[in-house]
Design a protein. Structure first.
Length: 433
């Protein structure tokens, strides 16, 4: 077996029509050999530089899946030696390949420098596709639908997707945006669960999480709609959005009309958040102008301007703890800040990130009120809001862009094209799933 002139990076054995063969991959291509004699049988590829290979039987055909240095994944018919499909999605080299059967259908799992992909091989003759998003995930939110916890993700691949939080299984695909989807939020009204998404097409879209059916399309922003949140007070859903046009808009999703257009930010609005306290909705926003602003969405008035960040504010979040509204903001100045929005006071400056903070959340973990920052440095940082002490540090494979708390204290975080679920175990983060 001397036909390869470069280092052999991957090898596997297979039985093809009663003949034992060896498949080798190298940076000078792929070869198949007769195991008994060492005879070279085929050269499926001379161009792609292979790093990993695995064998399976697909619909009665022996196939090899090969991960390449170019980021492609090839599916090769081992009898004929022909390439029957090239799976694209990775943007960096593919270094590992494996197979599995999920609920009766075959999948390939590939891993590389840009994370992990799962592929539906039952469609390999037609148009194979990754089961997850095909681009950066920029938003995550959690909801409970008919007793089942779900995660909703928003991606630059122009789609939003709904997943079972416990198993990771895909539930719904939400399509309709004419561009990148920038953010997602969820709300519950009675037995109904809604998702609201916004995107670069300037629209805000409402979805029924039980069926995936689209609802109202809210239009009014000039340019991109960057951020969205929603709240329920007195059985009434309020949707809030922020855009590149510098406005914060308050919507009635049932009628599809804008209730208020709030002006005050100088430049794009990067994040909005709302919480309900004593039947009253509190609305906050963070902007490119380095400010955090507090609004009364009922009358459309700006209440306070919170200053302290020395760079654009990327994310805001708010929650009600012990009858008190707490606001958390994250900025491109690498800090997370805790505020009292009622009096406009900065309570704490939380440090630890070494790059811009892309997303924040405030959650109760085991009775401890935590502020969480997800950073461009590829880390999650968790602080006790009452003391300012950093309680945990989690290193991720890539820059983190979105963050949400789950219904049972889970932490859902998006990095690159991937989403993982972390659990708080005692005083530390448990393994993701």
């Amino acid at each position: 077996m001397a036909a390869q002139s470069d280092t052999v990076n991957g090898i596997c054995c297979a039985s093809v029509h009663d003949q034992q063969v060896v498949i080798t991959v190298s940076h000078d291509g792929t070869r198949t050999w007769a195991l008994a004699t060492g005879e070279l049988l085929a050269r499926p590829s001379e161009s792609d530089r292979g790093n990993a290979v695995a064998h399976t039987v697909l619909d009665g055909r022996d196939v090899a899946v090969i991960g390449s240095n170019e980021g492609t994944v090839m599916v090769v018919d081992l009898q004929s030696g022909t390439v029957i499909a090239v799976l694209t999605g990775h943007v960096k080299r593919v270094t590992a390949v494996a197979f599995a059967t999920v609920e009766g259908w075959p999948v390939a799992v590939t891993g590389g420098d840009d994370g992990t992909r799962i592929w539906d091989l039952s469609a390999v003759i037609g148009a194979p596709r990754p089961l997850g998003h095909g681009n950066l995930v920029r938003g995550v939110a959690c909801a409970v639908v008919d007793g089942r916890a779900v995660v909703v993700t928003a991606s630059h691949d122009h789609t939003a997707r709904v997943w079972d939080l416990a198993t990771g299984a895909p539930v719904l695909l939400l399509t309709g945006h004419g561009g990148r989807v920038n953010a997602v939020a969820c709300a519950h009204r009675g037995a109904d669960a809604l998702a609201v998404t916004c995107g670069r097409d300037g629209t805000i879209r409402v979805w029924d999480l039980r069926t995936g059916a689209p609802g109202a399309v809210l239009e009014g922003h000039v340019g991109w709609a960057n951020t969205v949140d929603c709240a329920v007070a007195d059985d009434r859903v309020t949707v809030v959005s922020g855009g590149n046009d510098g406005t914060v808009r308050v919507w009635d999703p049932m009628t599809g009309t804008a209730v208020h257009t709030l002006a005050g930010h100088v430049g794009p609005v990067n994040s909005v958040a709302c919480a309900v306290f004593d039947g009253r909705t509190v609305l906050v926003s963070g902007g490119q102008d380095h400010t955090v602003r507090v609004w009364d969405p009922e009358i459309g008035a700006e209440l306070r301007v919170l200053t302290g960040h020395t760079a654009p504010v990327s994310s805001v979040a708010c929650a009600v703890f012990d009858g008190r509204t707490v606001l958390v903001s994250g900025g491109q100045d690498h800090t997370v800040r805790v505020w009292d929005p009622e009096i406009g006071a900065e309570l704490r400056v939380l440090t630890g990130h070494t790059a811009p903070v892309n997303a924040v959340a405030c959650v109760d973990l085991g009775g401890v009120r935590m502020a969480i920052g997800a950073g461009h440095d590829g880390t999650l940082q968790l602080w006790d809001m009452s003391t300012g002490a950093r309680e945990a540090h989690v290193t991720l494979p890539n820059a983190a862009h979105a963050l949400a708390g789950g219904p049972e204290g889970e932490i859902v975080v998006a990095f690159g094209w991937e989403v993982t679920v972390l659990e708080w175990v005692g005083a530390q983060m448990g393994a993701g799933r």
